[in-house]
Design a protein around this ligand. Sequence first.
Ligand SMILES: N[C@@H](CCC(=O)N[C@@H](CS)C(=O)NCC(=O)O)C(=O)O
Length: 305
Amino acid sequence: MAEIIFHHYWTSPFSEKIRLAFGLKGLSWRSVEQPTIMPKPHLIPLTGGYRKIPVMQIGADIYCDSQLILAELERRYPAVPLMPNGGLSHAVGFWADRVVFQASVAVIFGSLGDKVDPAFIKDREALSGRPFDPAQMAAAVPLMREQFRAHTSFLEAQLKARGPYLAGEKATVTDIHAHMNVWFLSSFTPAEAAGLLAEFPLVRAWYALMNTAGYGTHEKMTPDEALAVAKDATSIAQEETDPNEPNGLKAGMAVSVMADDYGRDPIKGTLVASSAQRIAIKRSDPAVGEVVVHFPRAGFWVLPG
Ligand SMILES: N[C@@H](CCC(=O)N[C@@H](CS)C(=O)NCC(=O)O)C(=O)O
């Protein structure tokens, strides 16, 4: 099997989910570091416009979004299963990514205040289409601390009932999703994290346990090498029309796929395969030749053309 090429940056909380999955599954991977802000000249040729991190590349197959990357790792590397409890772990993912993440962002960037790089602020304003205002976030810190605390108390209660991991004796993807915000807060604002976690001893013990998973084995790869790998490879995706598509999507149609939250840049291509959980589109770029880009369905819109 072609090697896993992982496009990320080390400070990315969504990437931390995947690095932990590599650790828990004991996988080897190649690490391609991408910029934290635009431009991303070595990522866009692969994805066709999707700028977010993480992205996983295996040959000429490009997997966008942590939800889909986790599912693809489970499909390709089932030896250490991380989804033994079925699909609801994805729902925990949405809770972590959309509800708790908002509270973490406000607490972190509100606390960092004028230490936040103006270039980063400008980039994130363009990404979200909304003001990214650390002063406003600072005003929201007290409210958002309460939100972070309330959601963390759910974890404490779950660990009390089922620990040492959230679903019992073994780590699962549910732990990976829930770990993200604790990691984000602990890495960027350790004093805030220490204060907020003080009353949750089981969460602290579980967080420390999760951190022993490590990241598997990784070696650097240059962004240019990653593009060359895609150019030399052929996608393994098979054409397939799903008879249950509610709006009649068929293999061969021209479509645009875009995130439904922030970073809504449309990615254009020809539909290769789709299902309730995934969509794959074919596209080409002089830097990478023909590639197939895969997205989740939950959290992404598919439009004609
Ligand atoms: N739904 C996406 C969210 C990914 C995301 O927002 N990643 C952040 C970094 S942690 C990002 O891409 N920020 C903008 C950037 O790096 O350009 C996922 O689960 O992968």
